[in-house]
Design a protein around this ligand. Sequence first.
Ligand code: SAM
Length: 243
Amino acid sequence: MRFDVITLFPEMFDAVLRYGVTGRARERGLFEARLWNPRDFTRDVHRTVDDRPYGGGPGMVMMAEPLDKAITAIKEDQAAAGLSDVPVVYLSPQGRPLDHQRVLELAALPGLTLLAGRYEGVDERLLARRVDEEISIGDYVLSGGELAAMVVMDCVVRQLPGALGDEQSASQDSFADGLLDCPHYTRPEAYQGQAVPAVLLSGHHAEIQRWRLKQALGRTWLRRPDLLKRRGLSAAEQELLQE
Ligand code: SAM
């Protein structure tokens, strides 16, 4: 998979390109990322990318032209690599909230162009002409779209085949089966007077699976009843939840 990211702060993306699961996935060639700075598509000596808002008010607005040119250059580069119809996504608090289902859909795409805004946002005319979708990572306002773009990249890369080892399969994470994940424990067996649940030490695989499912059902019911309502429960799961 290929990501093209439009950002005024390309250095920030080291966080997702160099570290942990996503860093290893990139090293192994599971995805590549190209970073495009709108300042490289300006015409003045100051490499200006923002200006004051029409109508007055606080802050600055990202100008349409440098972003327009960056998107054109990206599309040409993608076409040269045999990629077409790669959606352009603007990270925005006004976008559709990102969820697991959308992450799976994005992970099935050959590429994704991510536009990270700054200041008060982007000239609306650019959004209308060149952006296919707006994605929000939550109902709060960040100072810039970079962290949101990295959130999208991280959760999408986790879903790429081979990104996680078997023991970390994304299929066991929260949301994968519509439930929150079960609790996890590691050594030592007793910590500060708290013991690891005995079933996890029993070596009885079926019992452990049953316990984990019960825990996942229980904590989803307590913490996110909305998820359970959407997903529904099998008869066996209902019984387990009531035990
Ligand atoms: N004035 C804008 C508004 O209230 O809708 C917020 C602008 S914000 C300070 C600057 C940039 O951060 C936005 O252009 C967007 O790219 C990014 N951003 C902020 N909050 C976000 C969120 N919840 N999800 C995704 N991107 C966000």
